[in-house]
Design a protein. Structure first.
Length: 272
């Protein structure tokens, strides 16, 4: 009986997913809609169905037949937004997701590149020691992987052990795509990707770092982030009398670098 129930479930899932695929195929054949537009239609349909409360009934019946296709992805997006709105209100959901993310990105950029003027943060890259290209003398075929290893050595020579590497996502993608003489990926494969590590150190890839720059340092010993507080406020000027809301989200962060020589920054561009 249990086996028969499972078989029935598989058939329902298969039929439900097949029905969605058939609808998409009919739209491709019978209309002038491009696949990209059809994708957007399914995505929006999932959002609308979830917001209307109908998708949960479809999910109970068709299970993976509707949750795996793009229709289910749209529903999951809507569900997350609805849950956030229920917990914080619609304005709270916006603050929690949008403003805090944007604030974190701005903070990260300041921690990396702040110029220290007007009582602002003096970032890690401006304070870091320049990478010594002389360490490559006598070495042939130097790559960015070699360069990060030599930068680790340079940090170690400052008597602090390196603890991490910061790269731009473009640089990390270039590293992941490096192949050996047999055409196999050196550090990864297309199925699982590469673990974000080089020479045993964690790699952080962030758009806040310029694409032609790398940073290696003793992040756990040679610097500290101070006075980390978050303030969210909605009061401003004449908002009450004009029936408006202004949302302010700010961090107060200080960065203290105790040993600049324990950070090494250089170029990812290697000239022969």
């Amino acid at each position: 009986m249990e086996i028969g129930s499972k078989i029935l479930t598989y058939l329902i899932v298969f039929a439900s997913g097949g029905l969605l695929c058939a609808i998409a195929q009919l739209l491709i054949v019978r209309t002038k809609l491009t696949p990209a537009r059809i994708l957007v239609i399914f995505l929006c349909a999932g959002i609308i169905l979830e917001a209307a409360g109908a998708f949960q009934y479809m999910r109970q019946y068709a299970q993976a037949g509707v949750t795996v296709p793009i229709l289910g992805f749209g529903a999951s997006l809507a569900r997350g937004a609805i849950e956030g709105a229920q917990a914080y209100g619609f304005m709270g959901a916006y603050v929690e997701q949008g403003l805090r993310y944007g604030l974190a990105m701005k903070e990260e950029a300041k921690l990396l590149y702040g110029d220290g003027t007007n009582n602002t943060i003096h970032g890690l890259v401006p304070q870091a020691t320049a990478y010594d290209t002389g360490m490559e003398t006598g070495r042939t075929g130097v790559t960015i992987i070699d360069r990060t290893r030599l930068a680790m050595l340079q940090v170690m020579m400052a008597l602090y052990p390196p603890s991490g590497i910061v790269l731009n996502p473009v640089t990390w993608a270039d590293i992941e795509l490096i192949k050996d003489d047999n055409g196999k990926y050196l550090l990864s494969n297309a199925h699982v990707g590469a673990e974000k590590q080089l020479w045993g150190l964690p790699v952080v890839d962030t758009m806040s770092l310029q694409s032609d720059t790398f940073l290696v340092g003793a992040f756990d010993m040679a610097a500290a982030i101070l006075d980390r507080t978050i303030t969210v406020a909605t009061q401003h000027d004449t908002n009450f009398t004009t029936n408006k809301i202004t949302v302010l989200c700010e961090n107060r962060v200080g960065l203290m670098v105790t040993r600049p020589s324990a950070y090494v920054s250089g170029s990812t561009i290697i000239t022969p």
